[in-house]
Design a protein around this ligand. Structure first.
Ligand SMILES: Nc1nc2c(ncn2[C@@H]2O[C@H](COP(=O)(O)OP(=O)(O)OP(=O)(O)O)[C@@H](O)[C@H]2O)c(=O)[nH]1
Ligand SMILES: [Mg+2]
Length: 246
């Protein structure tokens, strides 16, 4: 007869305690936003105290350009999708000097763009003392360079370095089927062909977009495509000139 309170009391007490725990848990840990993340990019390869940070939009030809400078295809390149996923240091013998070119993932890919940009900024802010200059690779037949300028400005705000622009893929500038007769830009522009005049106009247009003075000497037209390479020597000279003493 007197057994029912004995049976009922334990589950009632347990229930009350559970409700109390839940309420006090809510009070003690209000849902705060997670701290902002600043992801690091995976890093591989070889780094020295003489680095050139190579950056630019996906598909501009950053990895191809490093292959051209090294005169050997050491980095993978991609005909279709975004390719590079690392910050990768590649040692390149430039004749007078051996430097580390740091390949980076391309900006502009929809799903990972902000991670890439933050990852490059993160690496640069920790390694700026070893970076001699920034090498921005632009695709010559693209017209919008605002993303590139934003990234270059953001890096310059972290630590001011000489900025060299490699205007890559100038073979795609019209007339597309016209070939360069010389191997270097200095000679080619003397020919004053329609192609070389258009390349010159594009160089001036890029200077305007980057607020650089005309004839700044910091923009080198190149072709980095394997088998069709153009103006390696001109770009190497600019890199050496801008990198300062060893
Ligand atoms: N026509 C032409 N194609 C080029 C030139 N340079 C590179 N390419 C091609 O452009 C494509 C992209 O080259 P990548 O070197 O992979 O470009 P990337 O900037 O490293 O790209 P991500 O790694 O995705 O950032 C490849 O198909 C290259 O063969 C060039 O000067 N002319
Ligand atoms: Mg690449």
């Amino acid at each position: 007869m007197a057994l029912w309170p004995v049976i009922l009391i334990p589950p009632v007490v347990w229930g009350i305690k559970k409700i109390y725990d839940l309420l006090s848990e809510d009070d003690s840990s209000p849902s705060l936003p997670p701290p902002p993340s600043y992801p690091s990019l995976p890093i591989r390869g070889h780094f020295t105290e003489d680095c050139i940070l190579v950056m630019g939009r996906t598909g501009a030809g950053k990895s191809s350009l490093i292959n051209m400078l090294k005169e050997k295809d050491v980095l993978p390149t991609g005909d279709i999708g975004s390719t590079t996923r690392y910050l990768e240091g590649v040692s390149v013998d430039l004749g007078l000097r051996t430097m580390t070119f740091v390949d980076s993932p391309g900006i502009g890919e929809a799903l990972t763009d902000s991670d890439y940009c933050n990852g490059i900024k993160d690496w640069f802010s920790r390694n700026s003392s070893r970076v001699r200059c920034l090498l921005l690779v632009l695709q010559a037949d693209a017209k919008a360079h605002a993303d590139d300028k934003r990234l270059a400005d953001a890096l310059q705000a972290i630590s001011r370095k000489p900025l060299i622009i490699a205007l890559n893929q100038v073979d795609k500038i019209k007339p597309v089927r016209a070939e360069f007769a010389c191997e270097c830009w200095e000679e080619e522009q003397k020919r004053s062909s329609l192609k070389s005049r258009n390349v010159k106009e594009k160089i001036n247009e890029v200077a305007r977009q980057f607020a650089l003075p005309a004839d700044n000497g910091l923009i080198a037209p190149v072709v980095a495509e394997t088998g069709f390479r153009f103006n390696r020597a001109g770009l190497v000279q600019k890199i050496i000139d801008e990198s300062g003493p060893r």
